[in-house]
Design a protein around this ligand. Structure first.
Ligand code: SAM
Length: 321
């Protein structure tokens, strides 16, 4: 059976007994959320800033899209000061079912709720939104078909006109043999978020690449048990591809976003006070326990902002305030 990559990813990740409906993501890869509670604390600072900008409304939302095991939602809720907590409505959105140990105050939904007033965060969501893959041939772009059982590939039809238009605008292929991941479904997914954001801020955080520096052979990768593996869409592993966040940003603007900032996680977290600064060595003599605690925290911060690692992720921030 030959499928387009988008159909194969859809089936492998979210179909009957699909990878994400069956597995705990943290067993297979590490995200900023799982790396350290420092990440949830930074998101809380962002939420407080959004709440202030909104004039501290009677109810303020935190919506975590692609919430997985709900760790970010739970971390922000438990760190929130009592006054904010009394007004906070936290919702995890995921196709997977509600995690068993999620606090009862946190709502859970399979689709992005409408009328959001507050902060939306989507950490490593868009890279799991299925995409088609095209290859440049002497006759122009053709879709790549894949055998889900083996990962073997062959050429299929020409992409539809909307996908050809997306490719020529956002991922023009230059030489025969180059490959591109057609990000249009991610643009549409992000559009849904901006449309359902009544007032507030939406942030997408992901592996990203800009239009003037797309990887010529794409980024399709599999993950299983903490290791990168061949992307065989048989349901046994995660299948991911980096995100054209600049295209999502343009889609968000068309959907009504008033402001856009596209930056790195390093810059975004530094602005939220995550600096990785080590404690002064003198502290080790005067307060050894305090020194060790501060040192542990600074190394967690350093991991979140490391330029070659999590700090290199893209942050797309769009407001409707
Ligand atoms: C890589 S995990 C990220 C989990 C968590 N945000 C973290 O950072 O640890 C991606 C999650 O997105 C979810 N997901 C993918 N497409 C979705 C969709 N259309 N609606 C809701 N959740 C989706 C998957 O089920 C999975 O739990």
């Amino acid at each position: 059976m030959w499928l387009t990559w988008r159909a194969a990813m859809e089936q492998a990740l979210y179909g009957e007994n699909g990878f994400y409906l069956r597995e705990c993501p943290s067993g297979h890869f590490r995200t900023s959320v799982g790396a350290s509670p420092v990440f949830a604390e930074a998101v809380l600072r962002e939420l407080i800033a959004v709440d202030d900008a909104l004039g501290n409304p009677p109810a303020v939302d935190l919506v975590d899209i692609g919430a997985g095991e709900g760790e970010l939602a739970a971390g922000v809720l438990s760190a929130a000061p009592p006054e904010l907590r009394s007004r906070l409505r936290v919702t995890g959105v995921d196709l997977a079912s509600r995690p068993a140990r999620l606090p009862g105050e946190i709502g859970w939904a399979a689709a992005v709720p409408d009328g959001i007033c507050g902060l939306v965060v989507a950490n490593e969501w868009l890279d799991n939104v299925p995409v088609d893959v095209a290859e440049q041939t002497a006759d122009g772009p053709r879709l790549i078909l894949v055998d889900p059982a083996t990962g073997a590939e062959r050429l299929g039809d020409r992409p539809q006109e909307t996908d050809l238009a997306w490719l020529s605008c956002w991922w023009p292929m230059r030489a025969v043999g180059e490959r591109a991941e057609i990000g249009r479904p991610r643009d549409e997914a992000w559009t849904t978020v901006i449309v359902r954001l009544a007032r507030g801020r939406a942030i997408a955080i992901d592996y990203a690449h800009p239009v003037d520096d797309r990887p010529p052979y794409g980024t399709l990768t599999g993950y299983r048990d903490g290791a990168a593996v061949a992307p065989v869409p048989d349901g046994s592993c995660d299948i991911t591809a980096h995100v054209a966040l600049d295209a999502c940003a343009a889609a968000g603007e068309r959907a009504g976003a008033a402001t856009t900032a596209l930056t790195t996680q390093r810059q975004a977290l530094r602005a939220l006070g995550v600096t990785g600064t080590r404690p002064p060595v003198d502290l080790a003599r005067t307060d050894p326990r305090g020194y060790l605690q501060t040192l542990a925290r600074s190394s967690q911060e350093a991991e979140l902002i490391a330029p070659e690692g999590l700090g290199g992720f893209g942050w797309l921030t769009q407001d409707r305030l």
